[in-house]
Design a protein around this ligand. Structure first.
Ligand code: ADP
Length: 408
């Protein structure tokens, strides 16, 4: 089945056409600056290895979808003859609140519930609604399926998702832990269970999705029991520009002392903190690595090292904490931009973890960068297995969409 996977942002739309029988990506691309001057599409035909980047006016997401279909069916750059070869569309949706614990076919009722999710992730949800509408305008009769980043985390017990605030705020506003990156955690934990050669019901896995945004999840028996992101994606470990968990009293303290309003403090915690805030020069882990590798002569060395060490320390604590919460640990998985490529951070995290049963294979780890397949990072004697597994959220979205459409 050919599934068009769509990831709609407020001014961008990423897409992939995936054949779910072969898992092959026929084409993928991105429309950028939708609704702005200078909008453009970058389209890659993967079978022939062709690439095109063309400026093209796009007033809205419907215009973007028309362009996507045009290139997918193009005689030179396309990979299908016409739109009929697309069986369904699968959307990545960032926040499904407590409404959605799995992927679901888009209906009027589903859209009404998604509208309510604007309260949790306003920018993302509005963008997703625009993407869905754009698909409806361009391909009115195609089934559309929504796949939520929050869904996999819906198995948490209240003891893991309720904050120790007055309970009425949970009831009134739905303030609770939701978690993010669920599609990625679901994919890599399932792959890890296969590699362990055990039924997933018998596994205890910690999945570390470490990218620009990062989250760590405890998956026991295939079900999430806890995750580091919370009510919003600001919580958990230090990220590219987000602070992660801090003492909540710091928020009002800085607001009072710096005279900041809510928008300004939100901006500070979301965009000026994390790697960027600590290092003072970059949110990108590659820049921090360069500064660290340059040594003390580099003006950014000390704080780049501090930024990375803070993340290392936090990840270690999550792994240990989740092992305690699960009463055991079979495997740790690293994934996403940093998890898949930053061997130094993985080594820092997994060193001195013998007590927990991790015996790290330093050489295997050094070689495991830009991997396209799962690579084992622990020794054969290690009680806990450690892997790097490249995530593939788009494939999960395509597979879920195909399964729902087949059952119609
Ligand atoms: P997002 O959360 O936005 O999806 P990614 O998962 O792409 O982000 O992660 C971005 C981070 O991953 C950056 O800090 C970047 O330095 C790092 N990263 C991405 N690709 C590589 C690479 N090839 N080598 C080293 N680091 C990488």
């Amino acid at each position: 089945m050919n599934i068009l996977v769509v990831n709609a942002g407020s001014s961008s739309l990423k897409y992939q056409l995936i054949d779910t029988d072969t898992n092959e990506v026929g084409a993928k691309g991105i429309c950028e600056r939708i609704g702005m001057e200078g909008s453009l599409i970058e389209h890659k035909q993967l079978v022939k290895g062709l690439k095109v980047k063309i400026a093209s006016p796009m007033n809205d997401h419907a215009d973007a979808m028309k362009l996507v279909v045009k290139y997918l069916t193009d005689s030179e750059y396309g990979c299908i003859k016409d739109m009929n070869e697309i069986q369904a569309i699968g959307h990545r949706v960032v926040h499904g609140g407590a409404f959605f614990s799995g992927s679901i076919l888009m209906t009027e009722d589903v859209l009404a519930k998604l509208e309510k999710c604007k309260a949790f992730a306003p920018l993302h949800t509005v963008a997703h609604l625009m993407g869905i509408k754009g698909c409806l305008d361009t391909m009115p009769n195609k089934p559309q399926v929504l796949v939520f980043d929050t869904a996999f985390h819906q198995t948490m017990e209240p003891e893991a998702y309720i904050y120790a605030l007055p309970y009425e705020y949970y009831e009134k506003y739905g303030i609770r832990r939701y978690g993010m990156h669920g599609t990625s955690h679901r994919y890599v934990s399932a792959e890890m269970a296969k590699l362990l050669g055990k039924p997933i019901e018998e596994t205890k896995i910690v999945t570390c999705h470490i990218g620009n945004g990062s989250s760590i999840t405890a998956v026991k028996g295939g079900k999430v029991i806890d995750t580091s992101m919370g009510f919003t994606p600001l919580a958990g470990v230090e990220m590219g520009t987000r602070c992660g968990d801090i003492d909540p009293a710091i928020v009002t303290y800085i607001m009072d002392n710096e005279g900041l309003n809510t928008d300004q403090i939100n901006d500070l915690m979301n965009k000026k903190s994390g790697f960027l805030g600590i290092s003072g020069f970059s949110s990108d882990s590659r820049d921090l690595e360069t500064a660290i590798n340059n040594g003390e002569s580099d003006e950014h060395y000390e704080r780049a090292k501090l930024a990375v060490n803070i993340l290392k320390h936090q990840i270690k604590k999550y792994i240990g904490g989740y092992a305690a919460a699960m009463n055991g640990l079979d495997a740790v998985v690293f994934t996403a931009g940093i998890g898949e490529n930053n061997a130094n951070l993985r080594e820092l995290v997994c060193s001195d973890m013998e007590y927990l049963g991790i015996e790290f294979d330093v050489e295997a780890n050094k070689n495991a960068v830009h991997v396209s397949n799962a690579v084992k990072l622990s020794t054969d004697a290690s009680k806990v297995t450690v892997y790097v597994i490249p995530t593939n959220e788009e494939l999960v979205i395509a597979k879920d969409t195909a399964a729902i459409v087949k059952s119609l």
